[in-house]
Design a protein around this ligand. Structure first.
Ligand code: GLY
Length: 380
């Protein structure tokens, strides 16, 4: 048998096959450009010992191997059996809540055409930010106790890059500014006036985002609540979105106007990497919703990803984070409507979601179909 420098893979029938390095390079380049690739491979005859060693190597080789799970493998000497080898897998998009907008479908459509994760995530979240009827994100969001609408957002890519903005005003799409922070500065987080100044320099338009409805709700709140910021969950949802592309890479983003009637300057979990969002492309990704203060105190999304790193399923990992919140801060149990919750996806494309109490929904788009689910919850 001639020696071939290559990466071993295991066919669906259990035989070990090897992709020669030169084909692998071509394949990786092609996969980036076209997503779908047809190749031929050399079939090797190997002993059981070789087979075990090959499998070990393949496991170490990691994600480039994992994407071969839908493949039909070809033999050069049996041309009649040849079918295209598809390196592509279906994208998966999961997001918090049901915003009654084509949020996941937008990201899915971009990814399914081979588009970039960040483009997909940004386009989806932009939809929610621009909708004046969503009172917890972007345009139409409820203001703080001074009547000022301040926005938080962050984004994290498959390479571990991150960008965020906090307490930014008058900019419709904070997730897009967060992406600019990531791509155009050496920083991760810009806040307040600095974030606004940067956004304007980047060509974003200054706009009044406070709707008549939000202003009226604020006037109503002022009448009865004596300028006291709330600690419950009313009027308070975040769009957090996680996506897997056709190559099995993970990224995510989130955006919110934060807690309605908050103290001016308050920043929640959403723009904080590790709290509102965390992505480790080798392990999984998580995002949070609910009372930001509760999530921040346990580094919630980071905890979910770390739990997945230690072998927990996405659902189990979300439960660990929610349990940690009330274990460390039991006073939250006494707050009516207290809610904190997480949505997660692992590297295998499995998803999970769990909140403290009933009420969290999540939307999942798989194989081209988007469905809304009620998340599991801790307090039955
Ligand atoms: N989870 C969003 C916030 O607390 O601001």
């Amino acid at each position: 048998m001639s020696k071939i420098e290559g990466i071993p893979i295991l066919s669906s029938e259990g035989s070990v096959l090897a992709i020669p390095m030169f084909i692998l390079h071509h394949l990786q380049n092609s996969a980036q450009q076209h997503r779908i690739v047809s190749i031929s491979i050399h079939r090797l005859k190997v002993s059981d010992m070789d087979r075990r060693r090959f499998i070990q190597t393949a496991t170490i080789a990691g994600s480039s191997i994992a994407i071969l799970d839908h493949t039909t493998l070809l033999s050069e000497d049996n041309q009649r059996e040849q079918k295209p080898l598809s390196l592509a897998r279906n994208p998966i998009v999961i997001s918090t809540w049901d915003f009654k907008l084509p949020v996941n479908e937008t990201a899915y459509g971009i990814l399914n055409k081979g588009g970039r994760l960040l483009d997909a995530i940004q386009a989806s979240i932009n939809l929610v930010e621009a909708d004046p009827t969503v009172t917890s994100v972007g345009h139409g969001g409820y203001p703080d106790r001074d009547g000022r609408l301040t926005l938080d957002a962050c984004i994290m890519d498959e390479h571990g890059n991150a960008g965020s903005v906090a307490c930014i005003e008058n900019i419709m799409h904070p997730i897009s500014v967060a992406r600019c922070v990531m791509e155009k500065t050496p920083h991760v987080l810009l806040v307040g006036d600095g974030a606004l100044q940067f956004a304007l320099e980047q060509g974003f338009k200054k706009e009044n985002l406070l709707t008549d409805q939000a202003r009226a709700a604020y006037q109503e709140w002022l009448k009865s609540d004596e300028y006291k910021p709330p600690v419950d969950e009313k009027n308070h949802d975040t769009i957090g979105l996680l996506a897997m592309d056709t190559e099995g890479n993970l990224a995510g983003g989130c955006s919110t106007s934060g807690m309605a009637w908050k103290v001016h300057g308050r920043v929640g979990d959403s723009p904080l990497i590790g709290d509102g969002l965390y992505v480790d492309n080798e392990i999984g990704a998580a995002t949070s919703t609910g009372l930001g203060e509760a999530c921040i105190k346990v580094a919630g999304s980071f905890l979910v990803v770390e739990s997945m790193r230690h072998g927990k399923s996405p659902a189990e990992a979300c439960q660990i984070a929610v349990e940690r919140v009330v274990q460390k801060q039991p006073q939250y149990k006494d707050i009516d409507d207290f809610l904190v919750g997480f949505v997660a996806m692992n590297k295998q494309g499995e998803v999970g979601a769990l909140s403290y109490r009933k009420g969290l929904q999540y939307s999942l788009c798989k194989e081209g179909v988007n469905k809304v689910f009620d998340a599991d919850y801790l307090i039955k």
